[in-house]
Each structure stands twice: as structure tokens, then as C-alpha cells.
Design a protein. Structure first.
Length: 222
């Protein structure tokens, strides 16, 4: 049985481009120990004061990874995307070093398929995912959109007119639209769980969950 990886385990991040730097910065803000690696001395210097540890190294060389202690990490993120060859080679090196959990950025489906086949546990498509998210947001009806498997989504938005001024029970939102209002935020207050007796106004923000197409239809109701 594989040992469970602690939720606060240190993270090795390879590549300090926009995606890698954003990941490293957010992990650092979450108080996760991070070792960020890049072959560019300029990028390493740029991020040295914002991330726990940064080091200049060529991760395409497995010996260079061994020298910085990559084999001691349980979690690694391959954030290199500009070169598919480098991305694949680095991922293969991490597999050879027996790092249990490898997240790898892909720039295409074929790239992602290769990464998965050589041993990446999680393949990420940040550009594609960002594009899909923006496609739902450009209408202006939604403020944030997160889609999961099987077209299930969670969305932040303002409540459409037909459900304002009455309790969620009376609005029959789930029966009419097939979605669930799970949270509500009134002006000046924090988000709280929605209940059957919650009454929404046009100043509130709501969090809804359900099928992505059902939410799109719900958001477009006037």
C-alpha cells in the first residue's frame, strides 16, 4: 500500500514561467514549503524573495535533480510548457526518481497523453481550462465558473429576477431549473449556506451548483 501523502507536504515546482510562478506563489501563501527550480538565473532571482526556496538547475538532467534533493519530495509540479520535449524529459526524470505524485502541465491533448503514459499522475491544461471558463463568463451573467467532471459546475452570480423576493422553497428553483442554490452573500456580510427559508434580493450574490447547461439556462432567465 502506498503511504498517504501529508496535505502539507513540501512541493517541488519545476519551471518559473507564469503558471509555475503563480502556483509557487499561491502555495507559499498557503504556508506550504516550496522548492522552485528553473534553468533561468533571471527567473530564479526574480522569485527568490517570494518563494520559500528557489534554485537554478537544468531539470532535464536527472543528476541535477538528485543534487538538489528532488528525490526527497512526495509532490512535484512540472510547469514547463514551452518545450514539449523538456516537459516530457523532466516528467520522466521525476518518475525515475520515484516521486509519488506528479502534476504536469500540458499544452495539447497529445502532449497530455504522453505525460500520462510516462507516469504523470495528474495532467493539467491551464490554457484550455481558462478558455472554457472565460467562455461562460463573457456574457456577464456569471461572476465565476468552475466546471468539474460530467458537466457539473459551481457558479457565483447574481440571482435572476424570477427567484428574488421570495423564499427558495416558494421559488421552486430546483424543480423549475434543476439547480441548487448552496450559498448566499448579502451586502456587507460573508457568504453563508442557503436554506429553504432564504429570501434573495437583487443585491445578493449566490453560489449555485448543477449541470453546466442548466446553470446557463438559469442565468439567462429574465
Amino acid at each position: 500500500m502506498v503511504d498517504k501523502i501529508p496535505h502539507d507536504a513540501p512541493v517541488l515546482i519545476i519551471g518559473l514561467g507564469r503558471f509555475g510562478a503563480a502556483t509557487a506563489g499561491q502555495l507559499d501563501r498557503l504556508d506550504r514549503e516550496v522548492l522552485a527550480v528553473d534553468e533561468s538565473a533571471q527567473l530564479v532571482q526574480k522569485w527568490s524573495e517570494r518563494v520559500t526556496h528557489t534554485v537554478q538547475a537544468d531539470a532535464r538532467n536527472i543528476e541535477a535533480l538528485r543534487q538538489i534533493g528532488a528525490q526527497d519530495f512526495s509532490v512535484a509540479v512540472v510547469a514547463v510548457g514551452s518545450s514539449i520535449e523538456a516537459s516530457v524529459l523532466i516528467t520522466a526524470n521525476l518518475v525515475d526518481l520515484k516521486i509519488p505524485q506528479i502534476w504536469a502541465k500540458a499544452i495539447s491533448q497529445s502532449h497530455g497523453k504522453i505525460l500520462a503514459r510516462i507516469g504523470a499522475n495528474h495532467v493539467i491544461y491551464p490554457e484550455a481550462e481558462a478558455g472554457e471558463r472565460v467562455a461562460h463568463l463573457v456574457s456577464g451573467r456569471m461572476l465565476d465558473f468552475i466546471e468539474f467532471d460530467d458537466d457539473f459546475a459551481i457558479v457565483k452570480m447574481y440571482p435572476p429576477k424570477p427567484i428574488r423576493g421570495m423564499t427558495l422553497t416558494d421559488s421552486q428553483v430546483r424543480k423549475k431549473f434543476g439547480i441548487t442554490v448552496v450559498g448566499v452573500k448579502s451586502p456587507g456580510k460573508e457568504f453563508t449556506y442557503a436554506t429553504a427559508e432564504t429570501v434573495l434580493t437583487n443585491h445578493d450574490l449566490i453560489i449555485v451548483s448543477g449541470n453546466a447547461l442548466d446553470i446557463e439556462r438559469f442565468a439567462s432567465v429574465q
